[in-house]
Design a protein around this ligand. Structure first.
Ligand SMILES: Cc1ncc(COP(=O)(O)O)c(C=O)c1O
Length: 398
């Protein structure tokens, strides 16, 4: 008996390992302040919960179409399209059990063995894992810290493109660093994709998790991009639905047909009654989503203020996502640490504050000498933020 060698190529989402450590620390009776996982400790809007129960109790308990319930595909085409000034219709949308499945189904649809795929690093770790598992070669691109956040190193990215590069994964409103592209940066990326005939996966998991009044930017609506871009859409973050597992792939019709074939081979269909409930409610719940957003914004402000009060910390206020990517090089040096994971574990044991580090978001590149941690504020109350970061401050400063 043996396991497939292919499994050696599969990575993981190491933030879940940090959760397990935090859980085991709390099972020992210790207080944990959970800044590690991008989960949300708020309720899904009531209108969705009520509609879901109704459809579950009224016959929507059987299989449905592998592409998804038509009314939900229509609603998503309208919502995603109108928020990006793109005309999408039902055939541009295929429903998925969450946002994550779009990553592997997109890659499985485009990769032949040995093809190269550009992906952000630091970035969501599943990109690297899935590119390799699907037989591709992951080629990382990075970010540089600028005055008010981070910018993509476009020159380096451009020099990594080769004849066998087939796709770019792009996560604007980025996890873990919360980077938002300027219009110019996005246009440069689009130009490179068009020139080199690349597919694009636009991971829009945080497209609606934005605190600025400026309209969001989408790479898909730049001329020449709609026909090569697949949008990862998810209900997880916007409506506090991480555990419901529902999202969609939105993109060119011929690509959507391929992804639907993968659906048939994988989950058959996504949960029928949840789809019906969202089809009925999703276009009328912007105010519920705004309530979630305003709580997140309060937490962001509190976290930024508390962290900036700690000696050696200096961070700007990200306009999107619910993550803070914090440079801890100086505090680590002051406390005599050169190993970021030892710093993380000691922080947990001494203060209960649990977070991820740069190492949880892709293999660090040679020459990276600054040290970063990522704090998520989506799953922790304001009182716990205050308490936890005050203990963290005492620990760092003493
Ligand atoms: C950048 C990014 N993409 C995709 C996902 C997956 O989303 P979902 O939970 O809807 O599968 C996440 C989840 O944290 C994420 O951060």
């Amino acid at each position: 008996m043996r396991f497939s060698k292919k499994l050696d190529d599969l990575g993981t989402e190491t933030a879940f390992a940090v959760s397990a450590e935090a859980r085991s620390w709390s099972e020992k009776g210790r207080k944990v302040y959970p800044f590690h996982l991008g989960d949300i400790n708020m309720e899904t809007p009531e209108i969705i919960r009520v509609a879901t129960n109704r459809f579950m109790n009224n016959g929507k308990n059987g299989y449905c179409s592998s592409e998804g319930v038509i009314e939900l595909r229509e609603a998503i085409a309208h919502d995603v399209g109108s928020k990006r000034s793109i005309d999408y219709d039902v055939e541009n949308v295929v429903i998925q059990p969450g946002g994550k499945p779009t990553i592997w189904k997109f890659l499985a649809s485009v990769i032949d063995r040995g093809d190269e795929v550009l992906y952000p690093n630091p970035g969501y770790p599943i990109y690297e894992s899935q590119i390799r598992y699907q037989g591709g070669i992951p080629i990382p691109y990075g970010y540089t810290e600028i005055q008010n956040g981070f910018a993509i190193d476009i020159e380096k990215l451009s020099s990594s493109i080769k004849p066998n590069t087939i796709a770019l994964i792009y996560n604007n409103y980025q996890n873990p660093i919360s980077a938002s592209s300027s219009k110019e940066e996005m246009e440069s990326l689009a130009e490179l994709c068009i020139e080199n005939n690349l597919w694009v996966l636009s991971d829009d998991a945080y497209y609606e998790i934005r605190y600025s009044d400026d309209p969001p930017l989408s790479i898909a609506n730049i001329p020449g991009m709609k026909e090569r871009t697949v949008i990862l859409y998810t209900f997880s973050k916007r409506f506090a639905m991480t555990g419901w597992r529902i999202g969609a792939s939105v993109g060119p019709k011929e690509m959507i047909r391929q992804i639907a074939r993968l659906n048939i081979n994988d989950e058959s269909c996504t949960n029928h009654f949840i789809q019906c409930a969202l089809a009925e409610t999703m276009l009328d719940i912007d105010s519920d989503a705004n309530l979630i957003l305003s709580k997140l914004k309060d937490r962001r402000d509190l976290c930024v203020e508390s962290l900036n009060s700690i000696s050696g910390f200096s961070l700007s206020r990200p306009e999107s996502t619910f993550y803070l990517y914090v440079n801890v090089s100086e505090p680590m040096k002051n406390k005599g640490y050169d190993d970021i994971d030892k710093f993380r574990i000691d922080a947990l044991r001494n203060t209960g504050v649990s977070f991820c580090t740069r190492n949880h978001f892709g293999t660090p590149k040679v020459g990276e000498d600054e040290q970063y941690i990522r704090l998520a504020y989506s799953g922790i109350s304001k009182i716990e933020i205050q308490e936890g970061l005050s203990l963290f401050k005492d620990w760092i400063e003493n």
